[in-house]
Design a binder for this molecule. Structure first.
Ligand code: ADP
Ligand code: AMP
Length: 219
């Protein structure tokens, strides 16, 4: 069992790589962003609280997010390991995770920081779209479906874009990342868990670098 954290700014490629790792290693992607968007779509109390905060690119409160993750980790599908994508995002969340994992018989094995320049991030996020049916991610320039307008995975023909994937909000989200999340690099380095990969490379090359870390863990 390995539990990984993919750490990196919005658009770094965390979701893209998490989905590939799910396939190859039987791990489960836990994206707090996806869980919050599902809560909004379902109209739950959490979703109602989170929507305005997410639309402006701020962080949802630590208590809400920590609660969602704690519940999610009790489900059986994370038994082979979890890939945390977009969590933790604050020191308080990292400390809460360190506290809750032992009680669930789990620990973090590795943290993979994906480094990408700010201008590349803006380009990635403003060109990002997703299959409405299966959630497969695409990019207008860097990750097009093989047949234009048809999802490679499920054959769906409808696609969506996130409300917060516009240039203004992306720049605000990057500022939030630099202020609130970037300190986690030093936090995990101090614990001897940090691995850095060059997220500027193409998707396949990033996958190779990430896989090398995961295979090293399996030793
Ligand atoms: P994150 O989950 O970190 O916010 P995504 O995985 O959704 O980022 O990637 C953001 C966008 O960039 C998507 O449209 C994706 O297809 C594209 N992308 C991901 N990795 C790369 C890469 N290495 N090079 C170019 N584009 C990428
Ligand atoms: P993401 O899908 O990771 O890009 O997250 C989208 C938005 O969801 C963020 O801009 C935040 O508003 C919210 N969010 C996701 N994960 C967290 C988290 N761990 N802590 C606080 N807010 C989060």
């Amino acid at each position: 069992m390995s539990n990984l954290i993919l750490l990196g700014p919005p658009g770094a490629g965390k979701g893209t790589q998490a989905k590939i790792l799910e396939e190859r290693f039987g791990l489960k992607q836990l994206s707090t962003g996806d869980m919050l968007r599902a809560a909004i779509a379902a109209g739950t109390e959490t979703g109602l609280k989170a929507k305005a905060v997410m639309d402006r690119g701020d962080l949802v409160s630590d208590d809400i997010v920590i609660g969602i993750v704690a519940d999610r980790l009790d489900k059986p599908d994370v038994a082979k390991g979890a890939i945390f994508d977009g969590f933790p995002r604050t020191t308080a969340q990292a400390e809460a995770l360190d506290k809750m994992l032992p009680s669930k018989g789990k620990k973090i094995d590795s943290v993979i920081e994906m480094r990408v320049d700010d201008e590349a991030l803006v380009k990635r996020i403003t060109g990002r779209y997703t299959c409405a049916k299966c959630g497969q991610g695409y990019h207008e320039e860097f990750a097009k479906p093989k047949t234009p307008g048809v999802c490679d995975v499920c054959g769906g023909t409808e696609f969506t874009r996130r409300a917060d994937d516009n240039e203004k909000t992306v720049r605000d989200r990057l500022a939030v990342y630099n202020k609130q999340t970037a300190p986690l690099v030093a936090y995990y380095q101090g614990k001897g868990k940090l691995h850095v990969v060059d997220g500027m490379a193409d998707i396949a090359a990033v996958t190779q670098a990430v896989e090398a870390v995961v295979k090293g863990l399996k030793g």
